[in-house]
Design a protein around this ligand. Sequence first.
Ligand code: DC
Length: 178
Amino acid sequence: MLKNIIIAIDGEASSGKSTQAKKIADYFGYTYLDSGAFYRAITLFFKRKGITTIDKFNRNELDNISLNSKYNRGKNLIYLNGEDVSDDIRSAVISEIVSDFAKEKEVREHVYKHLRKFSNNQSTVIDGRDIGTVVFPDADFKFFLYADPKIRAERRFSEINNDGINYDSVLNNLNYRD
Ligand code: DC
């Protein structure tokens, strides 16, 4: 049997990780995994229970969270306990609170478990922080993407589509995150 290939794509915020990852997956006919979407789905689970801050988070609830993903040529669907939450996880509220949940050690371990299980039986391109270092240290290929902060800020700014936020604050936020 042919060995499954894991390609890990890490990089700076808004450096184009998911765009590149999907192109590589489509080129080779591999599946694509968006690790950030899994953090978003867990955050959505807690938000639906009225838990929007990490201090109210109950780690025992993680046992009730099952994550799945289906990728087909550019289209990526994310499932939370069997329900398609691909749109719900992109809401502004989730975008705002997800980083707090993604910092929590148990949340990260829960995501790692699902990512490893998912990629166990198929060749996969995975993007996100920690992917090549912590989640798949033995990945067959690892990339780290860099891009000019001004280009990254422009890309993020055009994605945000929010009147209250200007380009300079997006650039400052990226520099801070770097
Ligand atoms: O890429 P994104 O905006 O969908 O990621 C959602 C959040 O999860 C964001 O706060 C970064 C975090 N994240 C992470 O900590 N580790 C990853 N491998 C992927 C995303």
